[in-house]
Ligand binder design. Structure first.
Ligand code: ATP
Length: 589
């Protein structure tokens, strides 16, 4: 393996940290990738996001700051108290370490190389059981002793899970395309490759070794979660049918949690909507699949729904939340039984099915499943007229569903991993507000509460996701809809996300009391979308010097832990809703 000094990576971090613009960021990353030999590229790709593995692998380096402070104290020959005092001043343990090290001379400085640093970070992540804590502290201290102050800053940030350079997946793909695929215009095939394997390291290796062709040949494979295909939304049955060419498969839209099942012989792994491993939460679902799924190798998608087996009825989404736990799983499994409603088959036997049209995948799914009370295919019907679609919609609502998922049955109806296209369109019950649907927004800031809410947060600054810029522009400030319980929970949940300055990817003209690293997604309803001089969603796109904002926002009570910040409602969706509402109003007048 070629040796590359960790300094090369640390220098790149230092450059990235100063950059605000996306294009510059891509250029700086591309520079780093150019200097990286092929065998190290996947590692450098993970490191640039402060990780050592793809997200789905569930590897967390995240050493608690209190423990890391002990490493820093050991390595710099100071006391933990002094480290913590400096930390209070700087607000960041990386900077603290850098400051404490600066001015000290050591003979062995800058001896670290990337492969070594990576292996040590793996040790920190992997230490478990008795003595794990002291082992982690010792590894990090050893690290700091060998690093320059500048290197130590980033090592400490990486080890504590706080690198936060704001390098999103899309930015990495752009930089890879720039270096290995003749420019960013060729990002699309790389994006597809990423969507089917969810591993930027794997994509990087493929394109670096075998060019675009190799990236295009990446297929779905059990064990590598596929980024989920998503749906657009429309408000009327006529619009939906028109968009889908006059006929569609209408499936019940169950209100539960999406799950992607990966089977390899007797081993089952369940991934959530955001590709986290949730197998341990659902031992009953695994048993249902073990007896009812025929192919020994398979990737299948289903909605897990809380059910009442005696009454044979579906239970509300809130009930399913009891199953979201690490402890007491057996009790929860008894109290809240679940059913699986299967809706897609992406891989079976040795075949990648994602390129087949929907009707063929549905047939393969029907062949693969032996239905039982709790393991079923989604109810579905081919419909060709708006009244038929509306009647089926009513049936779905009566049966306890949220509405329908209307799916294209045309020859082009492949499984579009990671895309929100027009092959699937959701048709949901209208909400009481003017908006057709709820929005999923990301908390990027918080305001201290006053009066009764003193000591807690009084409101949150919420953002949408801008896919083009890979940033989070603000959309509203929400204080309504939170119960006292919510406010207390929010304080604890948001604490680890607090940062001293505006996070690199947050686009805001408002300064909240507390900045938050984008992470927590909440479901919000609002009355309407309006032009705004302060919020930055679609800034300058609808009107010069104005963005869009949500009027009268209110938290619905639903935490979207199954969504990552990049899964939040996008700027494009918001712009579409705004424009649609304007057309409607114009039409009505
Ligand atoms: P999205 O997943 O589109 O970002 P969301 O998570 O807020 O949005 P909805 O927009 O309400 O959910 O609808 C999409 C989700 O509906 C899917 O991700 C899946 O979990 C669920 N679902 C329920 N029934 C079906 C079905 N028959 N086919 C596909 N998805 C279904």
């Amino acid at each position: 393996m070629t040796i590359v000094r960790y300094r090369v990576v640390a220098d790149a971090y230092a450059r990235l940290e100063k950059i605000a613009g996306r294009l510059e960021m891509i250029a700086a990353l591309a520079d780093l990738f150019r200097q990286t030999p092929l065998d190290l590229l996947p590692k450098v790709v993970y490191l640039s996001q402060g990780k050592i593995a793809p997200d789905y692998a569930g590897v967390e380096i995240g050493l608690a700051e209190k423990l890391a402070a002990r490493s820093v104290a050991d390595a710099t020959g100071t006391t933990v108290e002094k480290v913590l005092a400096t930390l209070r001043r700087t607000g960041d343990l990386g900077t603290t370490t850098e400051q404490l090290l600066t001015g000290r001379t050591r003979a062995t400085r800058s001896a670290l190389d990337v492969a070594e640093a990576f292996a040590e970070l793996e040790k920190i992540a992997g230490a478990s059981g008795k003595g794990a804590q002291s082992q982690k502290i010792a590894v990090l201290a050893g690290f700091i002793r060998r690093a320059t102050p500048g290197e130590a800053k980033y090592l400490v940030r990486t080890a504590t899970g706080k690198l936060r350079l704001g390098v999103g997946d899309a930015t990495i793909l752009d930089a890879l395309a720039e270096v290995y695929a003749h420019g960013r215009a060729n990002r699309i095939p790389l994006e597809r490759a990423y969507n089917v394997c969810s591993d930027l390291g794997l994509v990087a290796r493929a394109v670096a070794e075998g060019g675009l062709g190799a990236a295009e040949r990446i297929e779905v494979r059990p064990g590598h979660p596929v980024r989920p295909m998503l749906a657009q939304r429309l408000a009327t049955s006529a619009e939906i049918l028109e968009k889908l060419g006059g006929t569609c498969a209408a499936e019940y839209k169950y209100d539960g949690e999406r799950v992607q099942v990966h089977r390899q012989d007797d081993s089952f792994v369940l991934f959530s909507r955001r590709l986290e491993r949730i197998t341990d939460q659902f031992p009953d679902a695994v048993e249902l699949l073990r007896s009812g799924l025929a192919p020994r190798t398979a990737i299948l998608e289903a909605e897990i729904v809380a059910i009442d087996p005696e009454a044979g009825e579906l239970r509300p989404f809130q009930d399913l939340m009891h199953r979201r736990r690490k402890h007491g799983v057996a009790d929860a499994t008894r109290q809240v039984p679940v059913g699986l409603f299967c809706f897609d088959l992406l891989h079976a036997g040795d075949r990648d099915l994602t390129r087949l049209p929907y009707p063929q995948r549905r047939q393969a799914l029907a062949d693969a499943i032996t239905p039982s009370d709790r393991l079923r295919l989604t109810s579905s019907k081919i419909v060709g007229t708006p009244p038929e679609l509306d009647a089926y919609f009513e049936e779905a609502i009566t049966d306890g569903c949220e509405g329908l998922m209307c799916k294209s049955v045309g020859s082009e109806s492949v499984y579009q991993a990671g895309a929100r296209g027009w092959l699937w369109i959701k048709y949901k019950r209208e909400y009481r507000t003017e908006l057709q649907d709820t929005l999923d927004l990301v908390a990027v800031g918080a305001f201290h509460g006053r009066g009764r809410r003193r000591g807690a947060f009084g409101a949150l600054l919420m953002a949408a996701y801008d896919e083009t810029g890979d940033v989070f522009p603000t959309f509203c400030k929400v204080g309504a809809g939170f119960t006292d319980d919510d406010l207390a929970t929010l304080r604890t949940r948001l604490e680890p996300r607090q940062v001293p300055d505006r996070p690199a990817r947050v686009d805001s003209r408002i300064a909240p009391d507390v900045w938050l690293e984008p992470g927590l997604v909440l479901e919000i309803v609002g009355a309407e979308i309006t032009l705004s001089p302060v919020h930055t969603v679609a800034w300058g796109q609808v009107r010069e010097d104005a963005g869009l904002a949500l009027r009268f926002p209110r938290f619905t009570g639903r935490y979207r832990d199954d969504k990552s910040p990049e899964d939040a409602t996008t700027v494009k969706e918001i712009r579409d809703i705004y424009q649609l509402a304007r057309h409607r109003r114009a039409g009505a007048h």
